[in-house]
Every structure is written in structure tokens, then in C-alpha cells.
Design a protein around this ligand. Sequence first.
Ligand code: DX5
Ligand code: ZN
Length: 217
Amino acid sequence: MSKHLIAPSILTADFLHLEREIELVNRSEADLLHLDIMDGVFVPNLSFGFPVIRQIKSIAQKPLDVHLMIVDPDRYLEAYRDAGADWLTVHYEACTHLHRTIHRIRELGMQPAVSLNPHTDVSLLENVLSDLHMVLVMTVNPGFGGQTFIPKSFDKIRKLRRMITEAGAETLIQVDGGVTEENIGALIGAGVDVFVVGNTIFSAGDPEQVISNLKHK
Ligand code: DX5
Ligand code: ZN
């Protein structure tokens, strides 16, 4: 059985019953809890901030995988650590001094990751690849849950997997957007290690069962 990880994204969960949704993830076979932070500038949507993250952290039993879709994330790295982030992902397109940002995240005790929008080529990470815990390949244009997976992402994932192997690095590959029970098998085959899954889980009649199905592919 594959050792891949499942990270439910609560962006499309029931926010009127958020505690119940977090406890569902706690009970499930999920490995991480994915939090989407949107500032209305880097992406055309707003999600939630530090007060909500802190409260989620107070009941979450899985590590927080925090995905920053914000401009100039350097301003808030300590604040995300203090709010409870375990893995912290910044976007390549939002960081002028990416090498410094990656090392600052690690210095603060979090696992550093970089996300690439669908149009951004993986070769741009060549000089920082081995400094990274993970690379997040966006498989939709960021900003909304429930979108359709971009098929061309497979080429990008395979190219990144080759880069990591050739560099002798242990960097994980994560995908985010449009992951389903139908496409996860092929994605595992292409070399993906970590799967963010939102709508597929939280729109299901039995989300815990869907998490188990995804985990046992
Ligand atoms: C989109 C977010 C994703 C999203 C995934 O910008 O980064 O995490 O919530 O949701 P689904 O699985 O519904 O595409
Ligand atoms: Zn995300």
C-alpha cells in the first residue's frame, strides 16, 4: 500500500459547525489538516485569519498544514507559528527573497513549503529544492474549492519528481485542487506524496469513509 498522506481542506466544510468538522478529521485516517489563508489580493477571495486558526489549533489532533495565498508573507511568519502552524506554505509568486523566507520558516520551527501556480514552471525551484520540506503543485488556479483538476498538471508533477530524484533530495510533492477518488491513483503513480482534498470529502455523505478510501488507494 502507498505511504501517501491525506490533508483534508476545510475551505468547503460547514463553517457553522466547524468544531464538528475538525473532530471528524481528528477521528479519521487523515494525516494533516489543510488551512487555506486568502487575503483577497493574491487571490480573488477572503477566507479566515489568526483568531480562527488559534481556535482550530486548540482542538486539532493532526498537524496544521497552512497554505498562504497572501502577498508578502514575510510580514506574518512568526504570527502563523504562534497561531499554531506546523507546515507553512508560501507562494513562489508572492516571495521576492524566497531563499530567505524558506530559511526563516525553518528557523521558526515550522516545515517550509513553496506553492506554484499552474503557470509557474517547477525548474524555478532548482536552487532551493533541497532546502524545502515540500513543494505544492497547484492543480487548480488558487482561490476557490470545488474546481476541476487541470490535466496538464501531470507533466509538471513528473518533471518535479525527476528533479527531486536527480537532486537526491527528500522533498515531498503535494497537490491541491480537484483531487478525487477517481484521479488519486494516477497521481500516486506520477509521484505525489501528499493530497489536499476539500470538496470530495466535505460534500460526501460519509466524509470519514471517503478519507479512508483515499488513504487506501
Ligand atoms: C484552493 C485551495 C484548496 C481547495 C481545495 O485555492 O488552496 O485547498 O480548498 O479544494 P478542492 O479539493 O475542493 O478542489
Ligand atoms: Zn490549499
